[in-house]
Ligand binder design. Structure first.
Ligand SMILES: [Zn+2]
Ligand SMILES: [Zn+2]
Length: 242
């Protein structure tokens, strides 16, 4: 006799969400107004997105002619991001991260692929910033892994969703008052699960703020033998330490 296991609560919730979306018009991820035509944002919010204009600094990814003055050496060789993390772009990324809108992933990934064309072309492996399994249980999906999967599909670059592990749960970075606190909070919180000898790794995350988390991940990747680590995020905050 075949036994059919009941669908998991998260599957039921997803199914219900999908059913609701098929009936109701898509809402703007930023202001909640009807977006229409399956768009993620209404026209006004889309116009408010701050796309990064080229040329950018080859290291930190902020608009500049050549290497800019704010660049300081660190474990990450190059950073790229399509959006400035403010206003509509910040609302969009937060919706994607906390409000269970995984359907925003392909759109964000397309913008990321364009902004990160050069780093993607040279990448051997795409690796997302991991979240601790306790947070994964609460949120149901790792937003960075979603972006990494779509980027791998768009670029043809291999992707290893499990290459990095978060070895301990850390309090949210947003609650850490200073950059020093943020660095201490994530220090040694990541470890590679495999050797990465000679590989140029492209680390993927949703947003770059102080860079403490990305730096801690890059250090773990380099400890595992990676030749270099670049970073591709959907957005970056303007006060990001370069
Ligand atoms: Zn809107
Ligand atoms: Zn720079």
């Amino acid at each position: 006799m075949t036994r059919i296991s009941p669908p998991s609560p998260s599957l039921l919730r997803r199914g219900l969400g999908l059913a609701v979306r098929l009936v109701l018009p898509e809402r703007c991820a930023c202001c909640g107004a009807p977006a229409g035509g399956g768009a993620a944002l209404c026209p006004a919010c889309f116009a408010g997105l701050g796309f990064v204009e080229r040329p950018v600094c080859p290291r930190c990814g902020w608009p500049a002619q050549g290497v800019c003055v704010r660049c300081a050496p660190g474990p990450i060789a190059r950073r790229r991001f399509p959006l400035v993390y403010a206003d509509a772009a910040a609302a969009l990324v937060r919706q994607f991260k906390y409000r269970d809108r995984p359907e925003l992933a392909p759109r964000l990934a397309r913008w990321m692929a364009r902004a990160g064309e050069d780093v993607l072309a040279e990448a051997d492996l795409i690796v997302p910033v991991p979240i601790h399994w306790t947070r994964l249980l609460r949120r149901q999906y790792n937003q960075s892994a979603e972006l990494a999967r779509h980027l791998a599909r768009l670029s043809g670059v291999a992707c290893d969703l499990a290459a990095l592990a978060r070895t301990r749960a850390t309090p949210p970075q947003a609650r850490q008052p200073s950059l020093r606190d943020r660095r201490a909070n994530v220090a040694r919180a990541f470890a590679a699960r495999r050797r990465l000898d000679g590989l140029r790794v492209l680390l993927v995350d949703d947003v770059l703020t102080t860079g403490a988390t990305a730096d801690a991940c890059a250090e773990a990747l380099l400890r595992a033998g990676a030749a270099a680590v670049d970073l591709l995020t959907a957005a970056a905050a303007d006060d990001a330490s370069a």
